[in-house]
Design a protein around this ligand. Structure first.
Ligand code: AMP
Length: 282
């Protein structure tokens, strides 16, 4: 596994691989890797000859007062995990390499960035879209893999690739969970033991909502109220939002006709956790 830190070396590597006809997959991450990330990496290996994993904690997707400086980092551990997965390149740029002095160009996917996490984290998806565009321009992958845990992010990237005619396949990967149902996340490291036990209410409340739809209830109000009630049982949970929306446009819906995205964000102490499930009406 090669570690590349500069844009020019990454360009050179990618140019050579492409010239030789090899297909490149990219898995963008912010590091502090867990089984969720590694599952994306294994997926990437099946889709291409060469796998690049980027580790970059992107400052432009954090708002003022968010956890950019405290975001968990452990480069040596991440490097060891990726060595074991036998990837080809670990791309690990410095902030200055990604954002040279005077950078003032951003990518914004207007409407998809507004609801859900975008409503509570203004500018977040502009930062994500800009950093991902840059990673695409630097690594020049044929395919990039993103987790469905960050469902809105995946939709924003899909839309961006379509709108800007980027020649890159975007693959979504299912949410990887702990054995009790908690979606894996680097931010789970923030949880105290009590908060960790409490955090299982996220996936449990999604299951409650799904079960209600399976029993024939299609009203968003009814489904959201059982999800809210399940979360309300947990005193350590501070709910930021619970939404039922169209899985493509992310606009709120009143009734489930075919499918819907049930998405939520909940704070436990200093951890802000998200989870979601696509509900299908049979
Ligand atoms: P992050 O390092 O949190 O920015 O995540 C990097 C990539 O891994 C993103 O595409 C995430 O959606 C994905 N990811 C993170 N956690 C999970 C998980 N539990 N299951 C599936 N994908 C995940």
């Amino acid at each position: 596994m090669q570690i590349i830190e500069t844009v020019s070396s990454m360009h050179e590597w990618s140019e050579r691989e492409r010239r030789e006809g090899r297909r490149i997959a990219l898995v963008p991450t912010m590091g502090f890797l867990h089984e969720g990330h590694l599952s994306l990496v294994r997926d990437a290996k099946k889709r291409a000859h060469q796998v690049v994993v980027s580790i970059f904690v992107n400052p432009t997707q954090f708002g003022p007062g968010e956890d950019f400086s405290g975001y968990p980092r452990d480069f040596e551990r991440d490097r060891g995990l990726l060595e074991k997965e036998q990837i080809d390149v670990l791309f690990h740029p410095a902030v200055e390499a990604m954002y040279p002095d005077g950078a003032e160009t951003y990518v914004e996917v207007e409407n998809l960035s507004l609801p859900l996490c975008g409503a509570v984290r203004p500018g977040h998806f502009r930062g994500v879209a800009t950093a991902v565009t840059k990673l695409f321009n630097i690594v020049r992958p044929h395919v990039a893999i993103f987790g469905e845990k960050d469902y809105q992010q995946l939709q924003v990237i899909r839309k961006m690739v379509r709108d800007l005619s980027m020649d890159i396949e975007i693959a979504g990967h299912p949410i990887v969970r702990e054995s009790d149902g908690l979606a894996m996340s680097s931010r789970n490291a923030y949880l105290t033991a009590d908060e960790r036990r409490a955090a299982v209410c996220l996936s449990r409340s999604l299951c409650r909502g799904e079960r209600l739809l399976r029993r024939g209830e299609t009203s968003a109000e009814a489904i959201l109220s059982v999800v809210d009630a399940e979360l309300a049982k947990e005193p350590l949970a501070n709910v930021e939002y619970v939404k039922l929306c169209d899985p493509e446009t992310l606009i709120d819906i009143k009734t489930i006709h075919h499918s819907a995205l049930l998405a939520l964000a909940v704070r436990f102490g200093k951890a802000r956790l998200i989870d979601n499930r696509v509900l299908i009406r049979h």
